[in-house]
Design a binder for this molecule. Structure first.
Ligand code: SAM
Length: 261
């Protein structure tokens, strides 16, 4: 296996939760709650939005992979006429559909994991994929499937560092273990380059994606990720303070040409 891809897989796998902690978890630590990722969001004038809009024809089509509530694609409605959202989480796709309905844009959904469900998706003018790369173990395959579904451009947004790196102090506090750092955006770019995808990149800073999320949802998300029981919520609440909602996040936008005809 190529070097960057091997490193990506190794660092991703090293993030696995120790089995004894996972087995004792009161509920699954995985997944993305609709209370955080399903909410309608105001479009931010970000590099990701600008790069997608400049490649999107008027009344064009958008494929949003790992759409959640549609923050990436619903920021493009000034040009997009039709959005297809793909997500493995059905509740989030329902939230997406409600948000798209409210925005008055044509929309449909595909439930399932990318790239497994990629054959169900038609090509679109622009493919967007925000904050999903760190969930993709087979990143090169995942990204190639984005390319072949895009006529003009693929736009990916990810945090500069792995979003769970910031949980390591909490792992030490609650479980007494040191967790490794995850892969970062540079590692993702290296995997893409190695697989023949040359990307343009732009770094930016934006408010935390959790800034408007209800506090109980934020605390509950942290608690689930840490495999803790709800009784620990007050302690988590006090420990994390307002950092998760107030600290700006460093973002990286990647874009490259589509490969669909
Ligand atoms: C952090 S949320 C980001 C949601 C949205 N793109 C945004 O920027 O707000 C990640 C989303 O990707 C979805 N997801 C993760 N891996 C996926 C995969 N392989 N295929 C489809 N959906 C995936 C999750 O269910 C979740 O909705």
């Amino acid at each position: 296996m190529a070097e960057a891809e091997a490193k990506w897989r190794r660092t991703m796998k090293a993030l696995a939760i120790p089995p004894e902690i996972l087995e004792a978890a009161p509920e699954s630590p995985y997944g993305f709650p609709a209370a955080i990722w399903g909410r309608p969001t105001e479009p931010i004038d970000s590099p990701s939005r600008r790069r997608a809009l400049e490649a999107l024809p008027q009344a064009g089509s958008v494929l949003d992979v790992g759409a959640g509530g549609g923050a990436a694609s619903l920021a493009l409605t000034e040009r997009a006429a039709d959005i297809v959202a793909v997500d493995e989480n059905e509740a989030l796709l329902e939230a997406f559909a409600a948000n798209a309905e409210a925005a008055g844009v044509g929309h449909s959904t595909i439930v399932g994991r990318w790239p497994d469900v990629a054959p169900q998706a038609s090509s679109a003018d622009v493919v967007v994929c925000h904050h999903v790369f760190y969930n993709a173990l087979d990143l090169a395959v995942f990204a190639r499937a984005l390319t072949v579904h895009s006529r003009h451009r693929v736009v990916v947004e990810l945090t500069a560092t792995h979003p769970l790196d910031g949980f390591n102090d909490l792992w030490r506090h609650f479980h007494g273990i040191d967790r490794p750092l995850g892969p970062d955006a540079g590692d993702a770019i290296a995997v893409l380059a190695e697989s023949g995808i040359e990307v343009d990149t732009e770094r930016s800073e934006r408010p935390s994606m959790w800034s408007d999320a209800p506090r109980p949802a934020v605390v509950g998300f942290v608690r689930r990720r840490l495999c803790l029981a709800p009784e620990r919520d007050p302690e988590i609440d006090a420990l994390i303070g307002d950092a998760p909602q107030r600290t700006p996040r460093q973002m990286v936008t990647l874009w490259w040409p589509g490969g669909a005809s």
